[in-house]
Design a protein around this ligand. Structure first.
Ligand code: SAM
Ligand code: DTB
Ligand code: SF4
Length: 358
């Protein structure tokens, strides 16, 4: 499977992470300047296109049906509504639009899937990069998302393989990797990262990064989320992440993945602007932009724009290679026979299901 490249030894990753802080920052900044010299920040806006009622028990999540979080459920939005949100995001300065669904996963033969494909086409037609996060995929679903013009698929591994069963028991770490492999095979960029602050050790965070070093190709985007504690979930009282541990992890991620978008993701509302600034200095070059994440607040857009101006950064333009007219030329139709083997595999794997409408 393409996901299976030789991983970087943990000792090497640990050695980077434990470098004296200022030397670590110097090295990360140097790497950053060489690969990202333009002082730009990518602005990605999120939209929850299907909210709550999820069958999975991810201990951090407001949308799990296993916990009483007081969240109002919402069925899948129509493509037309999604397009309106995407247009507003574009007009506010976002160049990437990420649509999240509270599903365990989706199959290509789900009645809801065509609407998602239509939403992707409409978002791409606006000139935005399009990302979706829908849970597990069948191989065919990944191929069809590619044909619809999808730029990236977000599927986080969230933590180390060792800590994962403490966080989720309704699916496995291996299930996550399988979907990522389908996404890679379809030629879609992978957006994959994790969450800090779920009771994991610093070593767990490094093992999470080590997993990402096994991806071939490397993830295009690596979201580093800080847990937003949700009342009613098992992690509602989790200890906060020490700020310099976040900075060390971002710097290490930048050094190991020089070409990736390192995304300072959930958790910014509880960070000072100075800490967020240091995170960008350490190598983050993308944020979620817009007053909401999926179900929780994010800093106000105007405040973010003011901050970005103060730092003399510019919003990054959309990737030219992902413009719709170019996408069709660069990535001609995929061969559907590519899924023959995997379909067989999926049929024998009861873990990939179409989530019932909630
Ligand atoms: N259901 C899909 C899945 O699990 O892949 C997509 C939606 S899920 C909400 C997307 C990601 O959001 C999760 O993998 C997790 O990394 C992040 N996330 C969810 N709740 C969070 C929270 N309370 N704090 C920080 N990150 C969170
Ligand atoms: C990711 O890594 N973080 C985003 C996006 N991918 C989908 C989601 C953050 C969700 C934070 C909690 C919430 O708003 O529900
Ligand atoms: Fe939340 Fe996704 Fe887990 Fe469902 S699968 S509980 S939406 S993180």
């Amino acid at each position: 499977m393409p996901v299976d490249k030789q991983q970087t030894p943990l000792d090497n990753i640990r050695a980077i992470y434990n470098t004296p802080l200022f030397d670590l920052l110097d090295r990360a900044r140097d790497t950053h300047r060489r690969h990202w010299p333009q002082n730009q920040l990518q602005l990605c806006t999120l939209l929850s296109i299907k909210t709550g009622g999820c069958s999975e028990n991810c201990a951090y999540c407001s949308q799990s049906a296993h916990f009483d979080t007081g969240l109002t459920k919402q069925p899948l939005l129509a493509a037309e509504q999604i397009e309106q949100h995407a247009r507003a995001a574009r007009d506010a300065g976002a160049t990437r639009f990420c649509m999240g669904a509270a599903w365990r996963g989706i199959s290509h033969d789900s009645p809801q899937f065509p609407e998602v494909l239509e939403a992707v086409r409409r978002v791409r037609a606006l000139g935005l990069e399009a990302c979706v996060t829908l849970g597990s995929l069948t191989c065919e679903a990944a191929q069809q998302l590619k044909q619809a013009g999808l730029t990236a698929y977000n599927h986080n591994i969230d933590t180390s393989p060792e800590h994962y069963p403490n966080i989720v028991t309704t699916h496995t770490f291996a299930d996550r990797l399988r979907t990522i492999s389908y996404v890679q095979q379809a030629g879609i960029s992978v957006c994959c990262g994790g969450i800090l602050g779920m009771g994991e050790s610093e070593e767990d965070r490094l093992r999470m990064l080590q997993q990402l070093t096994g991806f071939d190709p490397a993830p295009e985007s690596i979201p580093i989320n800080v847990l937003v504690p949700i009342p009613g979930t098992p992690l509602e009282n989790a200890a906060p992440v020490p700020p310099l541990q976040l900075i060390r992890l971002i710097a290490t991620t930048r050094i190991i993945f020089p070409k990736a978008k390192v995304r300072l993701s959930a958790g910014r509302t509880t960070m000072s602007r100075e800490l967020q600034t240091l995170a960008l200095y350490a190598g983050a070059n993308s944020i979620f932009y817009g007053d909401r994440l999926l179900t929780t607040p994010n800093p106000e857009s105007d405040d973010d724009l003011h901050w970005i101006r103060q730092l003399d950064l510019k919003p990054e333009p959309p990737d030219q290679h992902t413009q719709p007219h170019l996408a069709n030329r660069l990535f001609p139709n995929q061969d559907h026979h590519a899924c023959a083997h995997q379909t067989l595999h999926t049929e024998h794997n009861s873990n990939i299901t179409t989530t019932p409408a909630a």
